[in-house]
Design a binder for this molecule. Sequence first.
Ligand code: ZN
Length: 70
Amino acid sequence: MIVFCEECGKKYRIDPAKIKGTAASFKCRSCSHRIVVPKPPPPESQPQTPPAPSIEQVTTTTIERLRRRR
Ligand SMILES: [Zn+2]
């Protein structure tokens, strides 16, 4: 998948398989902006599946965990 830096527009190629949990984040090499990459839904996911009720909360929790590891 392709991800763009929100600040400077630099393009990154991200392997979705490397995203653990619901999201991953990394620093832009050009401007040091922290880029958050939500994990894309698996291609085999069915459209009938209802969306999770609290995606934002889960994402925030995952980012907190990533920060604590450092
Ligand atoms: Zn940038």
